[in-house]
Design a protein around this ligand. Structure first.
Ligand code: ZN
Ligand code: ZN
Length: 155
């Protein structure tokens, strides 16, 4: 196992929340998100501060690995495992459980695809968190009714 896991299988991070997010009064936290087959992508193996991250399988050219994204909307923290990300490369993004390719939500202004992670188990694009597949593009969108994401005061 990779040394980034501690003995409980949890990844250890320094506090990754950006200063601006720590200082803002409210932040949005994605509490659950799913692949098209209903697997929860939120995984306590990747903790960002007190919040479990979003764990995805990625493919870059002939390499495969895992990437964990911060569940804090607007926080660009991410960590990759077993793969070295190449700046501006476009990634294939898959569910780590069933390896289904995550669906295309829309086009990013950078020309790559935004892929969608469903915020509800019924796989509706009405409730979706979308991220760009290009390394270091950082474009993300959240489309949701407010009750399925938590607003945390003064994180
Ligand atoms: Zn799945
Ligand atoms: Zn993009």
């Amino acid at each position: 196992m990779n040394s980034i896991f501690d003995k409980n299988g949890v990844m250890i991070f320094p506090n990754p929340l950006h200063k601006t997010i720590r200082e803002s009064k409210q932040v949005l936290i994605v509490k659950e998100c799913y692949c098209p087959n209903g697997h929860n992508l939120i995984n306590r193996k990747a903790m960002f501060g007190n919040f479990p991250g979003i764990l995805l399988k990625i493919r870059q050219k002939n390499d495969e690995g895992l990437i964990a994204l911060s569940p804090v909307y607007g926080d660009k923290s991410k960590i990759s495992l077993n793969i070295e990300l190449i700046d501006k490369e476009i990634l294939g993004v898959y569910c780590p459980d069933c390896e289904v390719k995550l669906p295309i939500f829309s086009k990013c202004e950078c020309g790559a695809d935004l892929i969608g992670m469903f915020l509800t188990k019924d796989s509706s694009f009405k409730e979706v968190a979308a991220i760009c597949t290009r390394v270091n593009c950082f474009n993300s969108q959240l489309k949701s009714s407010e009750d399925i994401i938590s607003k945390i005061m003064n994180v």
